[in-house]
Design a binder for this molecule. Structure first.
Ligand SMILES: [Zn+2]
Length: 99
């Protein structure tokens, strides 16, 4: 991967990352070119920040979070004059008690 945001480092598979840009082309979305998993993206709302798939972070799992806020991507803050963020809902993980 070329370019970097301070403190972010790809430990494995950087040579397998593919980049996709759509619509305004300002956000860079990175995917694994082998299995297709989304890994991270440079945020359109703040290009100095990354959004990272927690499943790709060592020691974390998406199931470590009981609730995750889902933002409404069809109403992006960069398209809003007041730069408001809208939420579409909340994803909840309710672990089975017998595991
Ligand atoms: Zn992969």
């Amino acid at each position: 991967m070329t370019g970097s945001i301070q403190g972010f480092e790809v430990h494995e598979g950087a040579d397998k990352l593919a980049t996709y840009r759509f619509n305004t082309k300002s956000a860079e979305h990175h995917f694994c070119s082998v299995c297709g998993i989304y890994t991270h993206h440079k945020r359109r709302s703040n290009p100095n920040e990354l959004g990272i798939n927690v499943a790709c972070l060592a020691g974390l799992s998406p199931f470590d979070f009981e609730e995750v806020v889902v933002y409404d991507g069809s109403r992006h803050p960069a398209d809003d004059p007041q730069h408001r963020t809208y939420t579409a809902g909340v994803l909840r993980f309710d672990p089975a008690g017998d595991v």
